[in-house]
Each structure stands twice: as C-alpha cells, then as structure tokens.
Write a protein of this length. Structure first.
Lengths: 103, 295
C-alpha cells in the first residue's frame, strides 16, 4: 500500500523503512498522473521490503525545498535513512526496480 | 465551428484520415502544422508507387492540398486543449477558435522534446524541465527561459509569468498565432530571437549560452518544442497514454474512448509513412462510420 506523507510525517517514514521510495507529485502534473499507477504497482510488489509513499509537493513545500526538487514526478530514494538519489521524470517500473536492486 | 470529425495532425496519417472521412461524406476539419510532421525536411524513396527520391515537404503539402480538394477545412494551427462533454468533443485552437465535433482522430505524431544541446541531459531535474505546468511552482521569484517556436512555448511562457520574476522566451523562428504571442508579451515575457547553444551549470542551471554570443543568467530553462504533446492532449480526454507517449488502438483505429481514434506515429511503431497512411485510411473510415451510426 502507498502511504500518503506530509512534511510532518516524512522523516518518521524514512527512519522506519530500511529502503524508502517517495513519489513527489502534484495534481496538475500529467506525467505524475501516469507515474501514479506505476508507484502503486511498486508498493504492492515490494511490500515488506521497501517502503513506498507519496508526497504532494503542492501541499508540502518544505520537503521539496530540502531535497532541491524542481521537476516532477521525482522519486526520492533513501537507504538507512540516507538520501541515496532522486529519480526524476516518468520512467518504467523496471527502471525503478533495477535502481533499487543496485543500492 | 461544428463538424463531424476533427483530425489533430496534418501529416500523412491526418491528411489520409481526412481524405477517407470526406469521401464517406462526413465533414472533416484538420488542425496542425505540416512542419510538425516527422516527414518535414526529410525525403522518402521506399513509398509505394513513388519512384526515385521524393521530398517529404512535397508529400506533406500535396496531402493537405488533396484534403482541401475533397472539401476538408484545414487550420494551420495547433490545438491547445481538448475536452469532451455529452458525446461531443471540443478542440481549442491557438487563435482561441473552438471546434465542436462528433468524432476525433489523434494523428499528432510523437512530440520531439529535446533540444540536444550540451548540459541538457546532465541538468535535467536541476533546472532543465520539459513541463512548465508541472514544475512552475518550483520557480517562484526565479529567472527562467522558455525555448520553442510554437504554441506550447507561448502558453508555457505566459503560465510562468505567474511564478517567476523574469521570463525570457527564446524563439528563433516563431510559428504561432499572434494572439498567443501578444498574451505572453502582455504578461511580461521578453521575447528573444536568439537560440540556446549550451546550458551552463554544475549542480544547477546557472546560465544559457546563446547563438548571438550572449550569456543569460537563469535559474531554469523550460524546453517546450512544438505544440501541446500528444500525451497531454490524450489525457485531456481521459485517455492514458503508454509510457512512450503512444496511444493504444484496436484494428479499427479506435482508442479506449468512444468516438476517439488514433493513427500514425502516435499509434506506435513502425514510424513509417506507409503505415501512417494505412492507419489514417482506417481511422478516417472508422470515424465516418461512427458519425453515421450516431446520426
């Protein structure tokens, strides 16, 4: 299941999941709407192994500023609560899985 | 204006669809620029019935002339938005004119998105953006540049004036309705006739090197080539494109939405003129049949 995060709940999520993927999106963004179902699939496939969440950057500006996000969709990837990378742009599920396997 | 079928795209698929629809005695309107076709500026020598080398622009111009000769109305404009209501479709052109139709054919081709200049790939997501509507909110108070000669650049530049403190619009060969240019200028956009050669920056976009020798300091650059993308237009109607921006169609050219058909490059590979006109013929016939069934 995909968890909906806010600026207030973000840090707890990355602390509690060994690997965390957070989909930064906004309602007006067409590519984000296309990324949404892919993130849902990732959450189902990776349940128990990777924490998958969404963050609406329109409502939660602090996190997008902290991680210098200026293009969406953007996947923030964390391992052991350390920001590993940001995957920017619409991309296939296989690309994300391949990246997660490499970290 | 009202019509039976509106066809988005004036390339081989769109023109052939229009010709077949018109021959089935339904009204057809074509919108789009032949310069937006993948065939523009190229040549072809493997097309049925054509011997030797034929210039793509000759085929394109002949196709539009042919469509007109069958009674089709052709607008040399991109569509800036689509919507559907009560089984009818509404397309808004660059000029603001609205066209209401009973059926719609997407023959827009696949959008070319990238400029292909140094710094573009490395700084994607670090100041380089291909979606002003998506990313404008991150540029409050910033200085940005929009690049593109057509409607998508014009509308993007105007949108960005609501967020950025300064918006440059680089268009070295403007090809857009004057009303959209006026809107952008009125909103405060500074139009430049020079074009970018390089995007400078290490961790972030810092400046753009232009072909007139100038360097312009910016926080972001929005690359908005051509008209509105086929993917965005499809999503206006609630049709979800594939990840490669193509639209799934059935054997009759139909999409997942009733009354909407697709043909040509937007319907997937192979990206060949022969396939585009074949699919165009099928989509034109199917759309005409659909209109007749609805009457």
């Amino acid at each position: 299941m995909v968890t909906e995060l806010t600026d207030a709940t973000f840090d707890k999520f990355t602390e509690q999941n060994k690997i965390a993927v957070i989909d930064c999106w906004a309602p007006w963004c067409g590519p984000c709407r296309r990324m949404g179902p892919i993130v849902d699939e990732l959450a189902t496939e990776l349940e128990g192994k990777v924490g998958v969440a969404k963050l609406n950057v329109d409502d939660n500006r602090a996190i997008s500023m902290r991680f210098a996000i200026n293009a969406i969709p953007a996947l923030l990837v964390f391992k052991d609560n350390v920001h590993v990378d940001t995957l920017v742009g619409l991309r296939p599920k296989e690309d994300v899985l391949s990246f997660l396997n490499s970290i | 204006m009202n019509t039976d079928v509106i066809i988005l795209g004036a390339g081989p698929a769109g023109a052939q669809a229009a010709i077949y629809a018109a021959r089935k005695k339904v009204d057809a309107v074509v919108t789009g620029k032949v310069t937006g076709s993948a065939l523009h500026g190229t040549h072809i020598e493997n097309y049925y019935g054509v011997s030797g080398v034929v210039q793509g622009d000759d085929l394109l111009n002949n196709g539009v002339t042919q469509a007109k000769s069958f009674g089709c109305t052709v607008f040399d404009q991109n569509v800036v938005s689509l919507s559907s209501q009560s089984g009818l479709f509404k397309a808004v052109l660059e000029s603001g004119e609205e066209i209401i139709s009973k059926a719609l054919i997407l023959a827009t081709g696949i959008s070319r998105k990238k400029l292909g200049i140094p710094g573009e790939s490395a700084l994607f997501g670090k100041g380089v953006s291909y979606c002003a509507v998506c990313d404008c909110n991150f540029y409050k108070g910033a200085v940005v540049m929009v690049v593109g000669n057509e409607s998508e650049a014009a509308t993007s530049a105007e949108v960005l004036t609501k967020y950025a403190s300064k918006v440059y619009w680089s268009a070295d060969s403007l090809d857009v309705d004057g009303s959209l240019v006026d809107n952008a200028k009125s909103a405060g956009v500074e139009l430049l006739s020079s074009r970018p050669l390089v995007i400078n920056g290490t961790d972030r976009v810092e400046s753009i090197g232009m072909d007139d020798g100038s360097t312009i300091a910016v926080d972001g650059i929005f690359i908005e080539l051509g008209g509105r993308s086929s993917a965005d237009l499809a999503m206006d109607l609630g049709i979800m494109p594939e990840l490669d921006d193509t639209i799934k169609i059935g054997a009759d050219g139909s999409t997942e939405m009733e009354g909407v058909f697709a043909c040509g490059d937007v319907a997937g590979k192979p990206w060949q003129v022969a396939k585009a006109v074949g699919q165009g013929a099928i989509a034109g016939l199917s759309a005409a049949e659909y209109v007749r069934r609805k009457q």
